[in-house]
Ligand binder design. Sequence first.
Ligand SMILES: *Cc1c(COP(=O)(O)O)cnc(C)c1O
Length: 372
Amino acid sequence: MTLSAEITRNARPYLHGPEFEAAAEAMRVGQYGHSETTERFEAELARYLGVPDVVAVASCTAALHLSLLVADVGPGDEVVVPSQTFCATIQAIISVGASPRFVEVSPRTSCVDGRAVGDALTPATRAVLPVLYGGRAVDLSAIRPVLQERRITVIEDAAHAFGSRTGDGPVGATGDLTCFSFGPIKNLTCVEGGAVVPRNPDEADALRELRTLGITQSQAERIRTTTYDVARHGLRATLSAVHAAVGIVQLQQFPAVAWRRQELWRAYAAGLARIGVDVVDVDIDRTVPFNCVVRIPQRDQVHAILTSMGVGAGVHYPPNHLQPAFAPWRRSLPATEQLGREILSLPFHPAMTTTDAADVVSLLDGALEEVR
Ligand SMILES: *Cc1c(COP(=O)(O)O)cnc(C)c1O
């Protein structure tokens, strides 16, 4: 069987075409840093999500880092977080000097639930950082009253979840600090980029200072004066005009991408059910899925077979609590460790067709025959 080129890649950016001209135009204009184009992207994101404001930043890693800073999380504080996430989530916690308190996820969804989070709270807990794995919204309603009473901030890692919905509205519009990634393979790409949905105007102002090295004046104000004020600690985490220009085009075309991702995931789920393979559930009716992840006891062997055939199989992600960098916070997490051994991400990106998905399912079925 000749493989379709699309299934040789686990994931790849999906461009519609006008992104090239938009990026070129932003480069011709010549203002490459934060600009009016960045602000237009922020306004269009806010309109799409139905929220008052969105702060664009250089990456989701920066979005998480800045969110922890505005929530006043720092040394001595604990942040409840699943081990089952990209290492960027944990690095952001370490960056503010706080300690990750790793918790289990449900093997069915790869997401935390209210019970796991509630059990992990200690007097030092300052924030909870749910990861919307695969794009699935995380429902913490069962422990909201406790979190509110103890003034624990919820910061969502919604890197996978742009476009997904909760029972109450879009992810990002539910009143928490929500962080999105617009990196290369995410649902919406700026090439590189990210955004934070702030909870109120003061927080939005603070995030805007934090992303520009603590400088209080806007770009426009700085052009008119001979000095500027550095009011606080800050990072260099602005989103450039060139990246924002790409994002504006991607947002205009987003409904088609959302639809294709859902269609592809449903095609996979139907095929996987036929061959009796478990898939991590993303709540597809509400979710714009980032990936399609199966659970296979013989994962390493199947990964090797698929890879040798040129199929773009991957793993999202090896557990963080077992990484050397995070050893000080290691604890026993049997469900996460089992997931870490069993999960396999099938090729998944909007250029794939449902026929491609069916082909991957039959190649996977063949690989499973070999190892059984
Ligand atoms: C991609 C990703 C990030 C980091 O996003 P960047 O924009 O690359 O910094 C964080 N968390 C998760 C779960 C991710 O998949």
